[in-house]
Design a protein around this ligand. Structure first.
Ligand SMILES: Cc1cc2nc3c(=O)[nH]c(=O)nc-3n(C[C@H](O)[C@H](O)[C@H](O)COP(=O)(O)O)c2cc1C
Length: 309
């Protein structure tokens, strides 16, 4: 029996593991390490209506326990994705989660309409990207705006819609609730935290964009806390991510309330990271005598394991 088998958002998945959008491209670079079909689902790079070259200047910097990036949604545009990348991914047997970033509500709706007629399995709304001037984070910081975009997108698609939220807010719970009340099928928590770095030899900010998104192990406690907090207030499934690099990290997220987890920066540290997590989760369930991964979702809210399980 496959203990990692799960059903989320009405989709049957061989395991509850995906990747953070923007950290896995369209899966192509990872093929030399393992088949992307080993993942429960692939979440592809964030897409915009038109192709984007992304930001200029330095786009990444290492930080203690993490990294800063300001890639700026470099992508080939949604039409090229649908025509050139998606058919290949689907023919190979992948479950594909698309991640979209519109510049305004109309663009989110237009992109959702394009995806509605495609083979994409799920639409993730990136209402949280910190690295683009228009759109992005401004949407994700207002519950009203998050609710409105979610509702408008839901009106034009029958596909599951998951809303990816930014941690750069004072009250993530109210924004999560606004998404749920307006029809979101799920939430992805979290995107990167805003940060910066300065090169003391030149006295200048390192990133071309000055500010960037902080990701990796450094943000795990923040991400975990947000998943735990939001789980208490919503009924829809959560995809948890933020600093997951091994199975113990992943277990924490399931126990905090995530139904799926995503590996982001972990892919850059070790391309095999998601597969190692998968094997580690199987081992853990065997050692603890737990029949299914779903049994531990939200466990930290229910008094933890009993009977030494
Ligand atoms: C280089 C890079 C590019 C990213 N691009 C996107 C993106 O296009 N869309 C998006 O929703 N999130 C994007 N993210 C955020 C990740 O998907 C993820 O939410 C975040 O990095 C936290 O997870 P991690 O700590 O495991 O990396 C990006 C992150 C990184 C590091």
């Amino acid at each position: 029996m496959n203990k990692l088998h799960t059903e989320v958002f009405g989709i049957t998945l061989k395991n509850p593991i995906t990747v953070g959008s923007g950290t896995y491209g369209f899966g192509e670079n990872y093929k030399e390490f393992y088949s992307p079909t080993e993942l429960g689902a692939i979440t592809v790079k964030g897409m915009t209506m038109l192709p984007r070259e992304g930001n200029s200047g330095t786009r990444g910097a290492e930080t203690p326990g993490g990294m800063l990036n300001c890639v700026g949604l470099q992508n080939p545009g949604i039409d090229v994705f649908i025509k050139d990348y998606l058919p290949k991914l689907k023919n190979e047997g992948n479950i594909v989660f698309a991640n979209i970033a519109g510049k305004d509500i109309e663009e989110f709706v237009e992109m959702a309409i394009k995806l509605e007629n495609s083979q994409v399995d799920l639409i993730e709304l990136n209402l949280s990207c910190p690295n683009v001037k228009e759109g992005g984070i401004a949407f994700g910081t207002s519950g009203e705006m998050v609710g409105l975009i979610t509702r408008k997108v839901k009106e034009v698609t029958g596909k599951p819609v998951v809303v990816k939220l930014t941690p750069n807010v004072t009250d993530i719970v109210s924004i999560a609730v606004a998404a749920e009340q307006n029809g979101a099928d799920g939430l992805t928590l979290i995107n990167t935290l805003l940060g910066m770095a300065i090169d003391v030899d030149t006295g200048n900010p390192i990133l071309g964009n000055v500010f960037g998104g902080l990701s990796g192990p450094a943000i795990k406690p923040v991400a975990l806390k947000m998943v735990y907090q939001v789980y208490k207030h919503v009924k829809i499934p959560i995809i948890g991510m933020g600093g997951i690099v091994n199975e113990r990290d992943a277990l924490e997220f399931f126990m905090a309330g995530a139904s799926m987890i995503g590996v982001g920066t972990g892919n850059f540290i070790d391309p095999m990271c998601p597969l190692k997590i998968k094997e580690g989760l199987e081992r853990y369930l065997d050692i603890k005598g737990i029949g299914k991964i779903t049994e531990i979702v939200g466990l930290a809210h229910r008094g933890g394991l009993t009977d030494g399980k």
